[in-house]
Design a protein around this ligand. Structure first.
Ligand SMILES: Cc1cc2nc3c(=O)[nH]c(=O)nc-3n(C[C@H](O)[C@H](O)[C@H](O)COP(=O)(O)O)c2cc1C
Length: 370
């Protein structure tokens, strides 16, 4: 039977009806205001993109300790909750749906960014290669402090409180950021986790931190409004693992028990392979994870439609294309030309390269409007 599933087919995500299968990937833009508070400019940016089947808002720290870059939004103060409410209201007014990505960067931080100049925390005291993005520019990463076992419940509590705050801010759901070398990923992979307590060693132990967080946030949200993002093949932020197939195959399988909204996978890139990563094929994860699967990484109109038609995934997330094309679903549906993203305005700044990408107009003139 040919059901002709494509990017424009509706999708039932738990109790949410998505009008299309085009997801806006979480995208850090470093444009929150003083106190890491989202503002009306951020609301305009998301409102412009509300035609996505689902928006996953940018990575948002659950605590001051979880901050890794200047001007990223938080979800731990009343002002931040109020700021996010501007965003969720604007998106809902346009008929859109929006999840919040909950974030703690772990070792990918710097004392300059943390309260009282504290050391970043991590599963183990292993220094990442590379440089932190501080208020004064780039500085080499420092050696993080390994968390005591007794401190871990406090970090899990930061996520639970973040989930409570996301609910108050009017989000439709939350995504747990388990990807890209941040704290949860640091626990999952043995290149960064050399603990000898119940959070280290076997994959059953390394996944425990993620599962504790899933349990905590699903005590706040219905599990069908909670997603998890993983980057099984990723090497970003100096990540490695001795057996990614086992690590992520197991993680995908063990998440089945929660009846989550989805598992969101960042697929391997050429850069990951060049940096010594092992590609974990999506079909390998598809065999192990029985729920909704979102794929992301370099998708186009053509490859997005193909991955859905082949049933390799249920939804497709687009990152950089959504930065440059606020009306991406319409452009893809019409096969209209796409604006090209300007990398220089990805991180930080104001309207330029953020809310001024033009919408498509059939008459040829390009307009910035809703
Ligand atoms: C500017 C920028 C910011 C990003 N911020 C995040 C983020 O906050 N959280 C996250 O999980 N991934 C983040 N990513 C990764 C994207 O969500 C996505 O996985 C990546 O861009 C690949 O998809 P694409 O080829 O469609 O752009 C970011 C990527 C870019 C380019």
């Amino acid at each position: 039977m040919n059901t002709n599933i494509n990017l424009f087919s509706p999708y039932q995500l738990g109790d949410l009806e998505l009008p299309n299968r085009i997801v806006m990937a979480p995208l850090t833009r470093q444009r929150a205001g003083q106190g890491n508070v989202p503002n009306s400019l951020n609301a305009t940016y998301y409102e412009q993109r509300a035609s996505a089947g689902l928006i996953i808002a940018e990575a948002t720290q659950v605590s001051p300790q979880g901050l890794g870059y200047p001007n990223t939004p938080g979800i731990h103060s009343p002002e931040q909750v109020a700021g996010w409410k501007l965003v969720t209201d604007a998106v809902h007014q346009q008929g859109g749906k929006i999840f919040l990505q909950l974030w703690h960067v772990g070792r990918i931080s710097h004392p300059d960014l943390l309260p009282d100049g504290a050391l970043p925390v991590a599963p183990s005291a292993i220094t990442p290669q590379g440089q932190a993005f501080t208020f004064e520019g780039f500085k080499p990463y420092v050696t993080p402090r390994a968390l005591e076992t007794s401190e871990i419940p406090d970090i899990v509590e930061q996520y639970r409180q973040g989930a409570v705050n996301a609910l108050a801010a009017g989000f439709d759901g939350i995504e747990i950021h388990g990807a890209n070398g941040y704290l949860i990923d640091q626990f999952l992979r043995d290149g960064t986790n050399q603990r000898t307590d119940k959070y280290g060693g076997s994959i059953e132990n390394r996944v425990r931190f993620l599962l504790d967080i899933v349990e905590a946030v699903t005590s706040v949200w219905d599990s069908k409004r909670v997603g998890v993002r993983l980057s099984p093949s990723g090497t970003f932020n100096d990540m490695r693992d001795s057996n990614p197939l086992e690590t992520f195959g197991y993680t995908a399988q063990v998440l089945n028990q929660f009846n989550l909204a989805y598992l969101h996978i960042i697929e391997s890139t050429d850069a990951d392979i060049r940096h010594g990563g092992t590609a974990v094929p999506t079909d390998y994860l598809r065999e192990r994870y029985t729920g909704t699967l979102i794929v992301c990484g370099g998708y186009t109109n053509e490859t997005g439609n193909a991955v859905l038609a082949n049933k390799e995934a249920d939804l497709v997330a687009f990152g950089t294309l959504f930065i440059a094309n606020p009306d991406l679903p319409r452009r893809l549906a019409l096969n209209a030309p796409l604006n090209q993203p300007n990398q220089e305005s990805f991180y930080g700044g104001g309207e330029q390269g953020y809310t001024d990408y033009p919408f498509w107009s059939a008459a040829g003139e390009q307009v910035v409007s809703l």
